[in-house]
Design a protein around this ligand. Structure first.
Ligand SMILES: Nc1nc2c(c(=O)[nH]1)N[C@H]1C(S)=C(S)[C@@H](COP(=O)(O)OP(=O)(O)OC[C@H]3O[C@@H](n4cnc5c(=O)[nH]c(N)nc54)[C@H](O)[C@@H]3O)O[C@H]1N2
Ligand SMILES: Nc1nc2c(c(=O)[nH]1)N[C@H]1C(S)=C(S)[C@@H](COP(=O)(O)OP(=O)(O)OC[C@H]3O[C@@H](n4cnc5c(=O)[nH]c(N)nc54)[C@H](O)[C@@H]3O)O[C@H]1N2
Ligand code: SF4
Ligand SMILES: [Mo]
Length: 697
C-alpha cells in the first residue's frame, strides 16, 4: 500500500515522524507527533499492516519514557562507590584499551557480549554489527535472551519441518492458544484472533490460568505447569487412534508415522490425565475440535513450552500436530514468511576458537545448516565464577538486564561482580548497570535510525520499515553508533570501513535492492515479498529426508529421543503435591501488558495499570496455607525466598503459583535456577519449579 502522510516532520521539529514501536515484539507502526522539537503525542499508523492504527498503553507512554528524569544522559565511570560523568571520548578510549588488555592477557574468548530482548526487537542490523565486532575481536562468546526465550521452539520446528514457522491466526478457522496470552504479550496477535473469531473461528486454550481469552474460549484445558509434553502426546494419541489425521498429506509428506503411532499408543488420555490433571474426556474433546476444522493453527507461547525440561520436544509435538492435521505451510495454519534479503555482516571465518558449551548443546548452535552464532547463556555465570574451561574476564551487556531477567539472580550477581571489566549500555541505571565499571547512555528507539524486518514473530509479515529518529536526548547514542565507533578505536577500520550508520544499512540492504533513501520513500514501510505456501510441493521439506520428520534421526544420532517424550520430574509428580518441602508448583513470567520484563515499572501511567508484584494462586490454595487475598507472604524454592503479595482467585488451578518476573523489589529470579533443563538446548525450566508459600512474619 502506497502511503503519503500529509505532514511528515520536515525539520524534525513539528509534525509526524513515522517509526516502529520497540516496546514489545509486536512491531506496530507509530507516528510520533512533534511540537517544538518534542514528542507530545503518539498515534498508530492506519496504513501499517501490523496494527492498522491501533496501539497499546505502552506506546502512549513513549513521551514519559523518552523524557524520563531517570534517563542516563552521559557516560559514567565507576569511581569507588560513586559515579563520575565522563565524555564519550573517554568512555570509548577506556573500553577500547581495557578490551585490548583483556585480549592480550587472557585471549579473545575471555570477552563475553550479551544482548537482550530489546536488541532482538531492534533487529538484525544491530545484532549483526555487534557480531562482526566480536568476530574481528576473536570471541565466539556471544549470548542473548534466546537461551531462555524461543530458541528451543525454533529448533523443534526446524528439526521437524525444516523451517521456522509462524502461526497464521488471521486466516484460521480454529486457533489453539497454547500457553499464550497475546492480549498481554502481543496485542497485534490478539487483534487478529478477535477478527478471526468474528468470522466464526473456534478458539481453544491450554493454560493453567483462566486468562480473559480462556474465559471466552470454546474449550479451555488447564494442565499442571510443565506437563504440556504429556498433554501433547494424549492429543496425538487421540488424533491417530480416531483416524482424525490427514492421511493423504501425512503419507505423502511425512516420515515416521508408524513409529509415532506405536509410541503414542501408550499415551492414552487417561494416562495423560494422571500426569497433567486434565480430564481424559477434555483431552479427547480438544483433539477432535483441533483436527476437525481446517485451516487450524497452534499459537504457542513465545517461551512457555520452551522454558520446560521438554523444551524442544514440546515444540516438536506442536509441529507434529500441525503436520498430522495437514496444517503445515498453508494459509491459516503454519506459514513461513520469507526474510528480507540482507547482506550479513558476520565474519565467522575469523573465529578460530569454538564457542562456550558447543560440545554440550551442539544443536543450540547449529541445526540443519543453520548457525545461530550464540552460546547457551545458562553456562556463562558458572564459567565466570570457576574460570573453567577458561577465564571470562570482561563483559559488555547491551540492552539487557540479566541481574533481574536471567535465572538465579544470586549467582548472576556473584558472576558479574567477579568480572575485571563490565560495560553496560542502557537507557536507565538498571540493577545490572549498578554493577558496571562503565555505563553508557543509550538512545531510545525514538532517537535512532534502524531497519525493522517483520517476518520473525507472529503475525509474521514480509514487511520492512525504517525506524526513524524523531528527537535527540543529550549525550545518548544509538547502540550501533557505539559499536561502530568502538571498532574504529580498536583499529578495526579495515573491517568497518563505514563512517555512518546509513552506510552500514545501505551495505546490508544492497542485495534487497533497497537503501535508507529508498525506504524513506515508504515511511509506513513496504512489503518486500510474498509469503508462499505449499512450497514443499516443488522442493520437499528442508530436512535430511525431504519430508516432515515425525521421527527424528537427527535427534537420535545425537543421543536424544527421536520421538517427543514427557520426562516426569519426581518432585513435580501429582503424588508429591500436598507433601514434601515444596508442595506447590511455581510458573513464572506470564506477561503483563504494562511492562516489558524489567522495563517501565517507573513510568507512572503504566505503573497505575499494575502497581505491584503479585503471586497468583487459587483461593483454595491460599486458604490451605492460611493466606488471604492481598496478604503478604513468603514465596520460596530451594534457591531462596521472596516477600510478595498474594492475589487469590482468578481461575488459576489449585496447587500452582504464577509470578511474573522483572520486579527488582520482588525478583522471582532469586527463586529460579540456571541449571540447563532441556537436554538438547539447555534452556532453563522457568515454568516449572517446586515451591511453597508461608505467612510473612
Ligand atoms: N507486555 C509484554 N509483552 C511481551 C513481553 C513482556 O515482558 N511484556 N515479553 C516479550 C517476550 S521476550 C516474550 S518471550 C513473549 C512471551 O510471550 P508468552 O510466552 O506467550 O507469554 P504470555 O502471553 O504471558 O503467555 C504465557 C501463558 O502461559 C501460561 N502458562 C504458564 N505456565 C504454563 C505451562 O506450563 N503450560 C501452559 N500450557 N501454559 C502455561 C501462563 O498462565 C500465561 O497465560 O512476550 C513478549 N511480549
Ligand atoms: N523468571 C523468568 N525470567 C525470565 C522470563 C520468564 O518467563 N520467567 N522470560 C525471559 C525472556 S523470554 C526474555 S526475552 C528475557 C528478557 O530479558 P531482558 O532483555 O534482559 O529484559 P529487559 O528487562 O527488557 O531488559 C532490557 C534492557 O534494555 C534497555 N533498553 C531498551 N531499549 C534499549 C536500546 O535500544 N538500547 C539499549 N542499549 N538498551 C535498551 C532497557 O532499559 C532494559 O534495561 O527475560 C527472561 N527472563
Ligand atoms: S503492542 Fe507492542 S509494538 Fe504495539 S504499540 Fe504496544 S508495545 Fe508497541
Ligand atoms: Mo522472550
Amino acid at each position: 500500500m502506497e502511503y503519503k502522510p500529509e505532514a511528515i516532520a520536515e525539520s524534525h521539529n513539528t509534525g509526524l515522524v513515522p517509526t516502529v514501536c520497540q516496546l514489545c515484539s509486536g512491531n506496530c507502526g507509530l507516528h510520533l507527533h512533534l511540537d517544538g522539537g518534542k514528542i507530545v503525542k503518539v498515534t498508530g499508523i492506519k496504513e501499517h499492516p501490523v496494527n492498522k492504527g491501533r496501539l497499546c498503553p505502552k506506546a502512549l507512554a513513549v513521551p514519559e519514557l523518552v523524557y524520563s528524569g531517570e534517563r542516563l544522559r552521559h557516560p559514567l565511570k565507576r569511581d569507588g562507590s560513586s559515579w563520575k560523568e565522563i565524555t564519550w571520548d573517554e568512555a570509548l578510549d577506556t573500553v577500547a584499551s581495557r578490551l585490548e588488555t583483556v585480549r592480550k592477557e587472557h585471549g579473545p574468548r575471555s570477552l563475553a557480549v550479551t544482548f537482550g530482548m530489546s536488541f532482538l526487537t531492534q533487529g538484525i542490523a544491530t545484532i549483526d554489527l555487534i557480531r562482526r565486532f566480536t568476530d574481528v575481536y576473536g570471541t565466539p562468546n556471544v549470548f542473548s535472551v534466546d537461551s531462555m526465550c524461543y530458541r528451543s521452539r525454533l529448533i523443534g520446528y526446524i528439526l521437524t519441518g525444516g523451517k521456522y514457522y509462524v502461526a497464521d491466526p488471521e486466516n484460521s478457522r480454529c486457533i489453539l492458544l497454547w500457553g499464550n496470552n497475546p492480549e498481554a504479550s502481543c496485542p497485534p496477535v490478539a487483534w487478529r484472533i478477535a477478527e478471526a473469531r468474528k468470522r466464526g473461528a473456534a478458539l481453544l486454550v491450554i493454560d493453567p490460568r483462566q486468562t480473559p481469552l480462556a474465559k471466552k474460549a470454546d474449550i479451555h484445558l488447564q494442565p499442571r505447569p510443565g506437563t504440556d509434553g504429556a498433554l501433547a502426546l494424549g492429543i496425538i494419541h487421540t488424533i491417530i487412534q480416531e483416524e482424525l489425521f490427514d492421511r493423504d498429506f501425512v503419507s505423502r509428506w511425512a516420515s515416521g508415522l508408524e513409529e509415532l503411532k506405536t509410541h503414542a499408543a501408550s499415551y492414552s488420555p487417561e494416562k495423560t490425565e494422571a500426569v497433567t490433571g486434565v480430564p481424559a474426556e477434555k483431552v479427547r474433546e480438544l483433539a477432535r475440535a483441533f483436527a476437525s476444522k481446517k485451516p487450524a493453527c497452534i499459537v504457542q507461547g513465545t517461551n512457555t513450552l520452551d522454558q520446560q525440561p521438554d523444551g524442544v520436544q514440546n515444540s516438536r509435538s506442536v509441529a507434529i500436530l500441525q503436520a498430522l492435521t495437514g496444517n503445515l505451510d498453508i494459509p491459516g495454519g503454519f506459514i513461513s514468511p520469507p526474510r528480507l534479503l540482507m547482506r550479513s555482516l558476520r565474519l565467522p571465518e575469523l573465529l578460530v576458537e569454538p564457542p562456550l558449551g558447543i560440545e554440550k548443546f551442539p544443536l543450540f548452535y547449529e541445526v540443519m545448516g543453520r548457525n545461530f552464532g550464540e552460546c547457551q547463556a545458562m553456562l556463562l555465570p558458572d564459567t565466570i565464577l570457576s574460570g573453567k574451561p577458561y577465564p571470562v574476564k570482561a563483559m559488555v551487556v547491551t540492552a539487557s538486564n540479566p541481574l533481574v531477567t536471567w535465572p538465579d539472580s544470586t549467582r548472576v550477581r556473584q558472576a558479574l561482580e567477579k568480572l575485571d571489566f563490565l560495560v553496560v549500555m542502557d537507557m536507565f541505571m538498571t540493577e545490572t548497570a549498578k554493577l558496571a565499571h562503565i555505563v553508557l547512555p543509550a538512545a531510545s528507539f525514538a532517537e535512532r535510525l534502524n531497519i525493522v524486518d517483520m517476518f520473525r514473530i507472529s503475525p509474521g509479515l514480509p514487511y520492512v520499515m525504517l525506524r526513524q529518529p524523531a528527537v535527540k536526548i543529550t549525550d545518548c547514542r544509538s547502540d550501533m553508533d557505539f559499536w561502530l565507533e568502538l571498532a574504529h578505536r580498536m583499529g578495526y577500520r579495515e573491517h568497518f570501513p563505514w563512517e555512518s550508520l546509513e552506510e552500514v544499512f545501505d551495505y546490508m540492504l544492497e542485495p534487497a535492492e533497497l537503501s535508507v533513501e529508498s525506504l524513506k520513500k515508504h515511511p509506513a514501510g513496504l512489503y518486500y515479498g510474498k509469503t508462499r505456501t505449499r512450497d514443499y510441493e516443488k522442493k520437499g521439506f528442508h530436512t535430511p529426508s525431504g519430508k516432515i520428520e515425525l521421527y527424528s534421526d537427527t535427534l537420535l544420532g545425537m543421543g536424544h529421543e527421536p520421538l517427543p517424550l514427557h520426562r516426569e520430574d519426581p518432585r513435580q509428580a501429582p503424588g508429591a503435591a500436598g507433601g514434601g518441602n515444596f508442595p506447590l508448583l511455581l510458573t513464572t513470567g506470564a506477561r503483563n501488558l504494562a511492562y516489558l520484563h524489567s522495563q517501565f515499572h517507573a513510568v507512572p501511567r503504566l505503573r497505575k495499570l499494575a502497581p505491584e508484584a503479585v503471586a497468583e494462586v487459587n483461593s483454595e490454595t491460599a486458604a490451605r496455607f492460611g493466606l488471604a487475598d492481598g496478604e503478604e507472604c513468603l514465596l520460596e524454592t530451594v534457591k531462596g525466598s521472596i516477600k510478595v503479595r498474594i492475589k487469590a482467585g482468578g481461575g488459576i488451578i489449585p496447587g500452582v503459583v504464577q509470578m511474573s518476573h522483572g520486579w527488582p523489589e520482588a525478583n522471582v529470579n532469586l527463586l529460579t535456577s540456571l541449571e540447563p533443563a532441556d537436554p538438547v538446548t539447555g534452556n532453563p525450566a522457568l515454568k516449572v519449579l517446586p515451591c511453597r508459600l508461608r505467612k510473612a512474619a
